[in-house]
Design a protein around this ligand. Structure first.
Ligand code: FAD
Length: 440
């Protein structure tokens, strides 16, 4: 009992989760003089940011977040502070159809007409309903399919529930926005935040899977799977939405005592996507061989789309690395939910073989490393990133209210700005929750 009391006196705020949001919140709180401890379930920091080194030593491989989608103020400010550099990513877009590769200039066929109708929309509705209302009939079949695939692929969203107004905000501001990659990868940003926390005396505990949070005003007792308990006046919860939506039997699920029913209901009103990211390192960038590509010059190719089972691919342009990234988003990821790594590899190679008209044996011979990350089944993530449904605005207002000035809520899913589902969203949410707690 005496020991518990000492612990209580020791820590002001427990931050649950050491992704971008949790680390940012912890840092802001520590800077303001709060005594903070961070509890993280995994054996590494960063959550959905996971940067590793390429086998061939040519750079980094991003198993999770990869791009800075536009001019994102908080991310870019933090990079600058950390002395980390980033570079502009630009290249051409290609589509494969029945073995023919052709260059395209729009992600979605009929983009201009779509943008016009989206701009004019006043009342929100799910994307699928919007398409059926404004783009009905055979003439628009290609547009409807393109838009559904884009929402599923890029936003990893379910078109049946995704908010058209939210997608409008995101798509229209991102159209033509510059894209960047961080030279040393997003992991370098996580390392920077960790260094700042260490310097500020904040302890970050890994392999500390929180199972129960007992709370009463101004007192929180957090129990981890290890049996250890931690006590503080307040807690900031930055768990991924997938974990918060999961039932109590899930490995990362946390039970709140007493329960926080208003928050639990609100979590269910935000959409959580699905994604599997595949990364294939080859001995050489075979797609740059004009002869093998039937004379097509793919030097500048960034994105490549097709109807194959793994249908979205990108290269590392402007860097000519021999790395191809395959992406299964939304319903495409659901189709492969239970696939093994070997099955995913076979699907990836079969798709590339059809797209580039190269024998599978040849591609397997060139393959030097393969990574498949099914984020939807990763126990401490359970999904890709959030998307707004037509009920999400209401949910955000509930989640932004702390519970009895004791439990505070953050994470990318709580961000309501234009950069939905991004690292920026996580960082901003982490900053805002710290400001909220400090203002209380
Ligand atoms: C494949 C993929 C690609 C992406 N690409 C991009 C991109 O290009 N650009 C971009 O900006 N964004 C991208 N994102 C989104 C971005 O990665 C996320 O929005 C952001 O990293 C989320 O940060 P967070 O702190 O909110 O959540 P997380 O990073 O998920 O952090 C939550 C933390 O909580 C921990 N946790 C879970 N359960 C428990 C528990 N019971 N106890 C203690 N800890 C627990 C988790 O292990 C995790 O570390 C991508 C995401 C994925 C999955």
């Amino acid at each position: 009992m005496v020991l518990l009391q000492l612990n209580f006196m020791d820590i002001d705020v427990l931050v649950i989760g050491a992704g971008a949001s949790g680390l940012m919140a912890a840092w802001q709180l520590a800077k303001a003089g709060k005594k903070v401890k961070v509890l993280e379930a995994a054996d590494r920091l960063g959550g959905r940011i996971h940067t590793i080194s390429a086998t061939d030593g040519t750079g980094v491989i991003e198993l999770g977040a990869e791009f800075i989608h536009g001019n994102m103020p908080v991310t870019q400010q933090l990079l600058q502070e950390a002395g980390l550099t980033f570079y502009n990513v630009h290249g051409s877009m290609w589509r494969e159809d029945e073995g023919q590769l052709k260059q395209e200039d729009q992600f979605i066929p009929g983009w201009n007409e779509l943008a016009e109708k989206m701009r004019a929309l006043e009342d929100d509705m799910p994307l699928a309903d919007f398409l059926h209302q404004y783009f009905a009939g055979d003439a628009y079949e290609e547009l409807r399919t393109g838009v559904m695939n884009y929402a599923a692929g890029y936003d990893t969203a379910n078109p049946a529930t995704a908010s058209t107004l939210a997608l409008r905000n995101e798509w229209l501001q991102e159209d033509e926005a510059p894209q960047y990659r961080i030279n040393k990868g997003y992991g370098s940003l996580i390392n920077y935040l960790f260094q700042q926390l260490t310097a500020a005396g904040v302890e970050v505990l890994m392999q500390c899977c929180v199972k129960e949070i007992h709370w009463q005003p101004q007192r929180v007792t957090v129990t981890a799977q290890t049996g250890d308990s931690y006590i503080a006046r307040q807690a900031v919860i930055t768990l991924p939405l997938g974990v918060l939506q999961a039932d109590a039997t899930a490995q990362g699920a946390v039970t709140f005592m007493p329960s926080v029913l208003d928050k639990e209901r609100a979590f269910q009103q935000i959409g959580m996507g699905a994604v599997i990211k595949l990364l294939l390192e080859f001995a050489e960038p075979f797609w740059l061989n004009h002869e093998q590509m039937n004379g097509k010059d793919l030097t500048d190719m960034q994105f490549l789309f097709s109807q194959r089972s793994v249908g979205t691919w990108w290269t590392q342009v402007p860097n000519h690395r021999s790395l191809l990234t395959g992406w299964l988003g939304g319903f495409h990821a659901e189709e492969f939910r239970n696939a093994t790594a070997e099955e995913l590899k076979e699907a990836a190679i079969a798709s590339l073989s059809d797209i580039f008209r190269l024998p599978e044996g040849e591609l397997n011979r060139l393959l030097i490393a393969f990574y498949a990350v099914n984020w939807t089944t990763e126990p401490f993530t359970l999904g890709s990133y959030s998307y707004a449904t037509i009920y999400t605005r209401q949910a955000w207002s509930v989640l932004r209210q702390p519970t009895a000035e004791t439990l505070f809520w953050a994470g990318e899913a709580l961000y309501d700005g234009p950069f939905t589902g991004t690292v920026e969203a996580a960082l901003v949410s982490g900053m805002q929750v710290a400001e909220q707690l400090l203002a209380g």
